[in-house]
Write a protein that binds this ligand. Structure first.
Ligand code: CP
Length: 327
């Protein structure tokens, strides 16, 4: 759909380096990440909105367009928009004219004609957000809410915020992501964000068939042994197996669970105060032991709560920059 040569980082910025769309965390500057994390942290503490901001926000109408299923991301964008005084519609893809053959571009052009000026989009097609920016990015804000197995930047940011809240800084951390890395957009976006924030070590643990061919960031270290990957880790993130993205992999689930499920027993080799994360949705007792997911080390529901604050920070930044400094 779109040539790989287009630099996602530059198309999401204004000429003056401000965020105008959100497509990817790849190569996004650390100062932009830090600003969003700072703002999001303020929203977790019920930051009061000025009347000026609420008046500005009334000009924006967001459409949530989820061409793939979602619970957390869709609901938290809706809550975030409501808290900011933005108008939002949850577009019903299943009952839309897309089912009669209308293209994504015609769908968004139709919504734009009705006054929608911000599009939050989850789609399996890689490059669709960048293409929409090329087509309508001068008038509409485009926000990536999940792009195939490639990118889920708002999830990456909420993971960073959660880690920062508990661990305070990134520089001394060993972070281990375990599971189906190959098909995970969360692994990619979270790893991109952690790389920019300068973690000490970033480990990816999975069997060979779930390891991507490419290095997802220059600093990632790949492990097949769970025990080696967990050793002294400060942060451990479990990922589910993304069955919906697999055509040709025949996995032995019992064997996978025996070797890769994170449990209260095998996590003992991690740092004593290690935290346990999961982007959700979880398959309990597959990639993570259910009691560990609910235990003291778990920050999984904190991740979910932070999703609202992070999406408030992103929507606020993008609507603030809209038209103010675009060219
Ligand atoms: N983590 C995540 O994207 O969850 P949803 O699919 O429920 O939005």
């Amino acid at each position: 759909m779109l040539s790989d040569s287009i630099n996602e980082s530059s198309i999401q910025l204004t000429k003056n380096g401000k965020l105008r769309h959100l497509v990817s965390l790849k190569n996004l500057e650390k100062n932009i990440l830090m600003k969003l994390l700072y703002e999001a942290q303020e929203y977790t503490q019920s930051k009061k909105l000025s009347n000026e901001l609420i008046t500005r926000n009334q000009k924006f109408t967001i459409a949530n367009l989820f061409f793939e299923p979602s619970t957390r991301t869709r609901a938290s964008f809706e809550i975030a928009a409501q808290r900011l005084g933005l108008n939002i519609i949850n577009f019903d893809i299943e009952n839309s004219s897309g089912k009669k053959g209308e293209s994504v571009l015609d769908t968004v052009m139709t919504l734009k004609s009705m006054g929608v000026n911000t599009l939050v989009i989850r789609h399996e097609e890689i490059g669709i957000h960048s293409q929409l920016i090329e087509e309508i990015g001068a008038e509409c804000i485009i926000v990536n809410a999940g792009e195939g197995h490639i990118s889920h930047p708002t999830q990456g940011l909420l993971d960073l915020l959660t880690i920062q809240q508990v661990k305070k800084t990134f520089e001394n951390l060993i972070v281990t992501i375990v599971g189906d890395i190959a098909h995970s957009r969360v692994a990619r976006s979270t790893a991109e964000g952690l790389t920019t924030m300068g973690v000490k070590e970033l480990r990816l643990v999975s069997p060979k068939e779930f390891m991507p061919y490419e290095k997802i960031t220059p600093v990632t270290k790949h492990f097949v042994s769970l025990n080696e990957g967990l050793e002294n880790a400060d942060v451990v993130m479990a990922l589910r197996i993304q069955h919906e993205r697999m055509d040709d992999i025949d996995i032995n689930l019992d064997g996978y669970i025996k070797k890769y499920r994170i449990t209260s027993d095998n996590i003992k080799v991690a740092a004593p105060n290690a935290i346990v994360m999961h982007p959700g949705p979880m398959n309990r007792d597959v990639e993570i032991e259910s009691s560990l997911a609910d235990g003291d080390q778990s920050v999984i529901l904190r991740q979910v709560a932070n999703g609202v604050a992070v999406r408030m920070a992103i929507l606020n930044e993008l609507t603030k920059n809209h038209n103010a400094d675009w060219d």
